[in-house]
Design a protein around this ligand. Structure first.
Ligand code: CA
Ligand code: CA
Length: 243
C-alpha cells in the first residue's frame, strides 16, 4: 500500500461515523382541516446515523420551529430486548397512538419554548413497566436534544447506544411522529404517507416501522496508527528525494 492510498484510508477511518440513512415522508399528509397550517408538525424526512456512542435522529419538518412555541417529536423504538408494549401507559407519555406492535423505548422530545431550546426524555419498557431512563433536564448523557436547526424545521436527538443495549450490527425498528400535548395522537407518522388520524381526538395508527442497523466504523488501532505515522515519515522522505 503506498503513502497516498494509506492516507486516504486514514481519513475515512478517522471520520468515525457512518453516513446517515434517510427515511422520507410525504409532505402535506396531515388530515385537513384539523391540522391545516401546522407545517412544523409535517414530517418531511428523518435522517438516522450513529457513532461509537450514540444513535442520532434528525427529524425534518416543513415548518419553522423558531416561529412556534409548541410541538412534540417522538421516536418509538423496538430494540427486541423484550416483547415491548403498545399501551397508553403514562410511562410512554399517554399519547393516543396505536403503534400496531410493541415498542421497548420511547424518546419524547419537545421544541416548544419559542425556539430557544429543545429537550427530551428517554423512557424504556423493561418487560413489565415503563421507566424514565434519562432526560435532558437530568443531564445523565443518555439522551440529548439540539435546537441548532430549528429555523429550518429540524429537531435533532441523540440517544446512547448503551442505554438502548445496542452494539455494532444490531438492528432497531422505529417510527417517528409529531404531536401536541396531553393525550394527543400522532399528527404525522413517518411510517405513513397518508393521514394517521383525522383529528385531535382520534387514535393515530402507525404504519410499518422502518429499520436501522448500527454501524460503528472502527477507529485505527494503536498499531495501525503507528503504521500511519511510519507511512507519513516515508512519504515525506519520498517527497524530499524527488524535490
Ligand atoms: Ca409528512
Ligand atoms: Ca407521514
Amino acid at each position: 500500500m503506498n503513502y497516498i492510498s494509506l492516507s486516504a484510508v486514514a481519513v475515512s477511518l478517522l471520520a468515525g461515523s457512518a453516513l446517515a440513512d434517510t427515511y422520507n415522508d410525504a409532505i402535506g399528509d396531515l388530515a385537513s382541516p384539523s391540522f391545516d397550517g401546522l407545517a412544523h408538525l409535517d414530517i418531511t424526512s428523518v435522517e438516522v446515523t450513529n457513532d461509537a456512542n450514540y444513535v442520532y435522529f434528525s427529524i425534518n419538518t416543513a415548518g419553522d420551529m423558531d416561529a412556534v412555541n409548541w410541538g412534540k417529536y417522538i421516536v418509538g423504538i423496538d430494540t427486541g430486548s423484550n416483547a415491548g408494549d403498545n399501551s397508553t401507559d403514562p410511562g410512554s407519555w399517554n399519547r393516543n397512538v396505536d403503534w400496531g406492535r410493541g415498542i421497548t423505548d420511547f424518546i419524547g422530545s419537545w421544541a416548544d419554548d419559542g425556539g430557544s431550546g429543545a429537550g427530551a426524555e428517554l423512557r424504556s419498557f423493561d418487560g413489565s413497566g415503563w421507566g424514565l431512563t434519562d432526560a435532558t433536564y437530568l443531564g445523565g448523557g443518555d439522551v440529548l436534544a439540539d435546537d441548532s436547526e430549528h429555523s429550518s424545521g429540524t429537531q435533532i436527538l441523540a440517544v446512547s447506544l448503551a442505554a438502548l443495549g445496542l452494539s455494532n450490527g444490531d438492528t432497531i425498528e422505529f417510527d417517528v411522529f409529531s404531536s401536541g400535548g396531553g393525550a394527543d395522537p400522532g399528527v404525522d407518522h413517518l411510517s405513513r404517507g397518508d393521514a394517521a388520524t383525522p383529528d385531535w381526538g382520534t387514535t393515530s395508527i402507525a404504519g410499518m416501522f422502518n429499520s436501522y442497523t448500527i454501524n460503528i466504523v472502527p477507529l485505527p488501532s494503536a498499531a495501525f496508527a503507528g503504521m500511519l505515522g511510519l507511512a507519513g515519515v516515508m512519504g515525506v522522505r519520498v517527497l524530499k528525494r524527488r524535490a
